[in-house]
Structures are given as structure tokens and as C-alpha cells.
Design a protein around this ligand. Structure first.
Ligand code: NDP
Ligand code: OXD
Length: 312
């Protein structure tokens, strides 16, 4: 019998995804009908979801075998009490590539002091700020999941000493791995550049508060493409103002779009990017969705299943 996959991620995304999803279903020979509406929720076998999409209440989808999130982060759906179906998050190879490029680019910007040579050129020949080579610039990667590992590997390949931090103890080639509160203190005290690629959960919210920011070495740089609430805004502003944090490059915020009056916009040592570090790409992500539908229909384990208790 044909299964129905309801694309509940909104009209804009529908237009971008429809041809790719249909192609990906065809490539796997799936007997699946893709629909932008679900007049009969009980007939829906799969829900393709994105935050801000059409579903708040999952209760009527009584025969839904899985909810397939198009985003890597699940904080906007994982706590939905009506969601009893398995939830899968997105691990998209093209999103990962994008994140590696964004993180590497921003790390190199700060490492090389690129701004001082491309902004405010004033005719003065300054040779006083030769950067160290990468092997002398320790980087902390908070989060050693799909994205943290890929970014850490790219930075390690450039010779940055990468210290990683995760919830459980990990062993990642090329990365000095740490976990637990002591591990966090260790990496923050030693890092000159800190990248946050953690999911937003009750445990990670406000992780970088005044106390932990106080562990940073003077003049550290923070790069946050994870989620805004990982860092306390006020504590970060205070750390910037006392020079403990030399610069913060922020892609994600408590409120998005970041309101025009937010102090981050005007701060001379904050760079705001509008949540563009890495996007899910329809062509590759559609293949991930199709593969999970194939697995479900074949009663095989789903990929990238979210652990509701952990929240990611
Ligand atoms: P993963 O789930 O693969 O990895 C999460 C990592 O965070 C794991 O290493 C995990 O530890 C660690 N972690 C979770 N909770 C804690 C904790 N309490 N203490 C210490 N470590 C913890 O996620 P991804 O790498 O795929 O994505 C990370 C985040 O990046 C997403 O959740 C999303 O918020 C953000 N993102 C941002 C984008 C953007 O454009 N700005 C695009 C895509 C994602 P462990 O290994 O032990 O499980
Ligand atoms: C994601 C994001 O979680 O784009 O996929 O932030």
C-alpha cells in the first residue's frame, strides 16, 4: 500500500524540497506519495517537519511512523508533549560541509587578525601583529557531535591544537577530548578560540555564564554557531567590556531575527551573522529523509533518532 509523507515544513520549503524529495524517493524505489497537506491525519505515515511549519499538535497523526526533522537542532520540537512518534533529526553531509567552512573561516579570521589588514587601511605600515602559527593557537570545540567533530578535524588538519568537550567521554582522533565540569574548565582555561557546537537543552542553556566565562584566558575569542541561549548575553557583554573576550562571532540568538536594538548589533567587538552558518541543503537532505522512510518501511532502525530524555 502507498504510504503518505506529509510535508509539514511550510510552503516556502515545499517549493524547494518537492522535486528533490520525489527524486530521492524514486531513487530508492519507495512507494510513497508526497503531500503538502494532510486532510486525513490518520492516513499520514511520515511527517517531514521544520520549526515554524504547520503542526503544533501531533495527536491526530495516529498512524505516523516517524517525524523527520529538516533541522539538525530539535529544541523547538523535542519538548512537544503531543509528539509520541519517533523523532529523527537532520544530519546532512552538505550542512556539515557548510558548517566546517563557516567555522574554519571565522577561526582563521581571528587567528590571522585579518580585520586589521582589510578594514581602515590608513597608509601606516604596521608589522607589529604577526600572528602565531596555528599549532600555537589552542582551540576549544564545545560539542563533539556530527558538526563539532567535523569542524574539529578541519581545524586539526590546519595544525590547531583542538580540545573537545562533550557530555560523555569521547575518543576522537586528532582531538584532545574532555567531558564533565572539570573538563570544561580545563578547555576554557587553555583555549584562545572557543567554538560552541552544542545542542540547546536544559543542561546546556546558559552554559557559558559569568562564572565559566571567567575561566577564559584574557583576550579569548568566542565563535557561536550552536544556539544563542548557550551563552548568557549579559555575561558575554561584560566579558567583552573587560577585554576577557576579545571578540564574539555569533550566528544564533535567543530571539531571531536579533532585534535591531540588541546591544550585540552595535558592539564593536561582536560580529553578528544571521543564522547562516550552515543550512540544510534540499538535495542531500532529501536523500537522508528518503533513506529513513525506506528504513522505517523495512522495519530497520532509523538514523539520527533523537533521545527525548537527553533532548538531542
Ligand atoms: P550532535 O547531537 O551530533 O552533537 C551534540 C554534541 O553536544 C555531542 O558531542 C554531545 O555530547 C554534546 N552535548 C550535548 N549536551 C551536552 C552537555 N550537557 N554537556 C556537554 N556536551 C554536550 O549535534 P550536531 O553536531 O549535529 O549539532 C550541534 C548543534 O549545532 C545543533 O543542535 C544546532 O543547535 C546547531 N546547528 C546550528 C546551525 C547553524 O546554522 N547555526 C546549523 C546546524 C546545527 P555526546 O557526544 O556525549 O552526546
Ligand atoms: C539547524 C539550524 O539546526 O539550521 O539545522 O540551525
Amino acid at each position: 500500500m502507498t504510504a503518505t509523507a506529509y510535508f509539514a515544513a511550510g510552503q516556502d520549503l515545499w517549493e524547494k524540497y518537492q522535486p528533490h524529495l520525489e527524486r530521492a524517493f524514486g531513487e530508492l524505489g519507495l512507494d510513497v506519495t508526497l503531500a503538502p497537506h494532510a486532510p486525513d491525519p490518520a492516513a499520514v505515515a511520515f511527517i517531514i517537519f521544520a520549526p515554524g511549519g504547520e503542526i503544533e499538535d501531533f495527536t491526530p497523526y495516529t498512524n505516523c511512523r516517524a517525524v523527520l526533522n529538516l533541522w539538525a537542532g530539535v529544541e523547538r520540537i523535542v519538548g512537544n508533549r503531543t509528539l509520541t512518534q519517533p523523532l529523527c533529526r537532520m544530519v546532512d553531509p552538505a550542512l556539515t560541509e557548510g558548517m566546517v567552512e563557516w567555522v574554519t573561516g571565522h577561526v582563521l579570521r581571528h587567528h590571522l587578525g585579518i580585520d586589521s589588514h582589510i578594514l581602515n587601511q590608513d597608509g601606516i605600515w604596521r608589522r607589529d601583529a604577526v600572528p602565531p602559527i596555528a599549532r600555537d593557537r589552542p582551540v576549544a570545540m564545545l560539542g563533539l557531535g556530527e558538526l563539532g567533530r567535523a569542524c574539529g578535524a578541519a581545524l586539526a588538519a590546519l595544525n590547531f591544537p583542538v580540545m573537545g568537550w562533550s557530555r560523555t567521554a569521547r575518543d576522537v582522533v586528532g582531538i584532545e577530548c574532555h567531558s564533565g565540569d572539570e573538563g570544561l574548565e580545563h578547555v576554557l582555561r587553555r583555549a584562545e578560540i572557543v567554538v560552541t557546537l552544542l545542542p540547546l537543552t536544559p543542561e546546556t542553556e546558559n552554559l557559558l555564564d559569568a562564572r565559566r566565562l571567567g575561566w577564559l584566558s584574557q583576550g579569548a575569542v568566542i565563535i557561536n554557531p550552536g544556539r544563542g541561549p548557550l551563552i548568557e548575553d549579559e555575561a558575554l557583554l561584560a566579558a567583552l567590556d573587560r577585554g576577557q573576550v576579545k571578540h564574539a562571532t555569533l550566528d544564533v540568538f535567543r530571539t531571531e531575527p536579533l532585534p535591531p536594538e540588541h546591544p550585540f548589533w552595535a558592539h564593536p567587538r561582536v560580529t553578528v551573522t544571521p543564522h547562516i552558518a550552515a543550512e540544510t541543503r534540499p538535495a542531500s537532505a532529501s536523500r537522508v529523509v528518503a533513506e529513513n522512510i525506506r528504513r522505517s518501511l523495512a522495519n530497520e532502525p532509523l538514523l539520527y533518532l533523537v533521545d527525548r530524555a537527553r533532548g538531542y
